[in-house]
Design a protein around this ligand. Structure first.
Ligand code: GLC
Ligand code: CA
Length: 529
């Protein structure tokens, strides 16, 4: 790695849903040892860092996002020794490990909550958000993100309600309490001391609640679709300005480590200005803030370009964008953006890997994995079950990685029952695509390699170009132009010359272009001068 390379800015990051990546012991559940066994694949692909969804002990009411011990590993996923080995083995391949921090809530089985519930004077009572009933019902009108019911649950023994913005098994922590802040400082240090390179922070915008517990406002014309689904504007139970203080505190702590650790936030806000505020006015908050307006824009030049251009214009010069098309909540890009069409998926991958900003690939994106249709009895996600059949739950994007065409897909043994069904591994798997020079996998790798060898693609400026409808083209730095035809019509672009460094179909790599070039339907080109 060149000395001036900043791994999380210049490199490519990759998200692993650990239960679904690779199962090392044949119990049908992916685990840390499985990830260690697959590091060669990730090294070959050119990945610089992994974000691994929660691995801490959890009753799995929300699959790891209900943590019952922040300083241990869930036995189904491995041990602390496995973490040490993973950090060391990944380090050998220049791959850093980011863990997932869940600070908004714990599991209701966490010892703090076991203590807190039942008595107003319990030692850990104030670590959670409690309130008296109002007119015989919940303290205010706040609704849970999961299910649209009251976000308050009555603790009969003490006569007070506790807050849960998500499931009732996920009581919200009281971030006004200094002890909560100190406990989490300690949790960060615990993992940083083990060599974890940073954290992805779950619902980073939600930690602090209005101190006066004021009622949320009803939806209005401006309310986004997500809040509309819940049925109110979440302005007092999340999105409070004081969340920034907590993030600043963690950033200061992370910066003090050598090398500095990094913070990536799940800033699930659909207003770009609010999202960008999480980088901090002095770039002293998140290193990277996930861009959900980008995730939810449709794959056409107009919508995506608008988000990218606006993000570019709002970001402070010191702050750095991050782009992703899939994750364990929103779905897979191959399905949501591309409807399973491979030419579209190729364009989406070219876009993610050539914009100015850090790309996060989700496991399986590199082979263009799509979400299988699941039946209700196959679902494991509480949200999917609650809202069945609409909107689609989150299990479809959490199915096991497809390594080989065989039964078990190389994810687990052929005899084992995988914890979630496996998609069509015969049609889409790593092993077959490794043998096929023009596969999506080889395209992904070639894009990553090109990026790694091109300072323009890593840190060069982004400048959108004038193009005909349906096309999105931009210059990166001095010598690179990317042209994506996100339409079903062939188009001709003028004033472009150079050599095709990569084409989505791989059939034009190395071609010389003099002044004008035609770009086929759903074709993308990276041109170098
Ligand atoms: C985040 C996670 C999601 C989880 C929720 C509650 O949105 O990404 O998977 O269910 O927080 O922790
Ligand atoms: Ca296992």
């Amino acid at each position: 790695m060149p000395a001036d390379k900043v791994w999380w800015r210049d490199g490519v990051l990759y998200q692993i849903y650990p239960r679904s990546f690779s199962d090392s012991n044949g119990d049908g559940i992916g685990d840390l040892r499985g990830i260690i066994e697959r590091l060669d694949h990730l090294g070959w692909l050119g990945i610089d860092g992994l974000w691994i969804n929660p691995v801490m002990p959890s009753p799995n009411m929300d699959w790891g996002y209900d943590v019952s011990d922040y300083k241990a590993v869930d036995p189904e996923l491995g041990t602390l020794e496995d973490v040490d080995e993973l950090v060391a083995e990944a380090g050998q391949r220049d791959i850093r490990i980011l863990f997932d921090l869940v600070p908004n809530h714990t599991s209701d089985q966490h010892p703090w909550f076991r203590d807190a519930i039942g008595s107003r004077t319990a030692r850990y009572r104030d670590l959670y958000v409690w309130a008296d009933p109002k007119e015989g019902g919940p303290p205010n009108n706040w609704l849970s993100v999961f299910g649209g019911e009251s976000a308050w649950e009555l603790d009969e023994a003490s006569g007070q309600y506790y807050l849960h913005n998500f499931l009732r098994h996920q009581p919200d922590l009281n971030w006004w309490n200094d002890q909560v802040r100190e406990e989490f400082d300690d949790i960060l240090r615990f993992w940083f001391d083990r060599g974890v390179a940073g954290f992805r922070i779950d619902v980073a915008h939600a930690m602090i609640k209005d101190r006066e517990l004021r009622d949320n406002l009803p939806v209005d014309d401006e309310t986004d679709e997500r809040a509309r689904r819940i049925g109110q504007q979440p302005i007092y139970n999340m999105n409070r300005p004081e969340a920034h203080e907590v993030i600043q505190r963690w950033r200061a702590l992370s910066d003090r480590f050598d090398p500095p650790r990094i913070l990536v936030g799940e800033t699930f806000v659909l207003d770009l200005g609010k999202m960008i505020a999480f980088y901090g006015e002095r770039n002293d908050e998140l290193n990277l803030a996930f861009n959900f307006p980008f995730v939810f824009a449709s794959l056409d030049g107009g919508a995506l370009r608008k988000v990218v251009d606006e993000t570019e214009s709002l970001l402070l010069p010191e702050s750095w964008p991050v782009w992703t098309g899939s994750n364990h909540d929103v779905g897979r890009l191959g399905t949501r953006w591309c409807e399973g069409a491979e030419d579209r998926t190729r364009c989406a991958l070219m876009m993610l890997l050539t914009l100015r900003g850090t790309p996060f690939l989700y496991y399986g994106d590199e082979i263009g994995m799509v979400e299988p249709e699941l039946t209700k009895d196959q679902l494991r996600d509480p949200v999917g079950l609650r809202f069945w059949p609409e909107p689609r739950g989150r299990d479809g994007c959490r199915t096991p990685m497809q390594w080989t065409p065989e039964k078990g897909a190389g994810f687990t043994t052929p005899e084992a029952t995988p914890w979630l069904p496996i998609g069509d591994a015969g049609a889409c798997n790593v092993a077959d695509q490794r043998h096929e020079a023009r596969s999506v996998l080889h395209l992904t790798r070639a894009l990553i390699m090109l990026r790694a060898s091109s300072p323009d693609l890593q840190t060069g400026s982004y400048e959108p170009l004038e193009t005909p409808q349906g096309v999105w083209a931009w210059r990166r730095g001095e010598r690179v132009t990317v042209a994506l035809n996100l339409s079903s019509q062939e188009v001709t672009l003028e004033d472009l010359s150079g050599e095709v460094a990569l084409s989505t179909n791989r059939d034009r790599d190395g071609d010389r272009i003099g002044d004008r070039v035609s770009v086929g339907p759903w074709e993308g080109l990276v041109i170098q001068t």
